[in-house]
Design a binder for this molecule. Sequence first.
Ligand code: SF4
Ligand code: SF4
Length: 84
Amino acid sequence: MNDVHILLKAFFINTYNQNQTVMAHRITDTCIFCGACEPECPVTAISPGEDSYIINEALCVDCVGHHSEPACVAVCPGESIIKV
Ligand code: SF4
Ligand code: SF4
């Protein structure tokens, strides 16, 4: 592979990555620490933090392939989970 091919490959990989839509959910500071969301997450992305529960956004898959809607949002009593 010559330099032109390497540059072209880098360009297309960069363009491809920029077009990927990575979505996740996030817990806001209105969380009342009830814990209802944690066992509902199919990928164990939710854990307790200091003042609120936290979603590991690198793990959250928006429940795609697991549920028809985000399971954490469905059980949260305070609308504390938002899409980011
Ligand atoms: S949207 Fe689904 S995968 Fe993401 S944190 Fe909530 S329960 Fe877990
Ligand atoms: S269900 Fe809602 S209020 Fe309860 S811990 Fe999870 S984010 Fe916080």
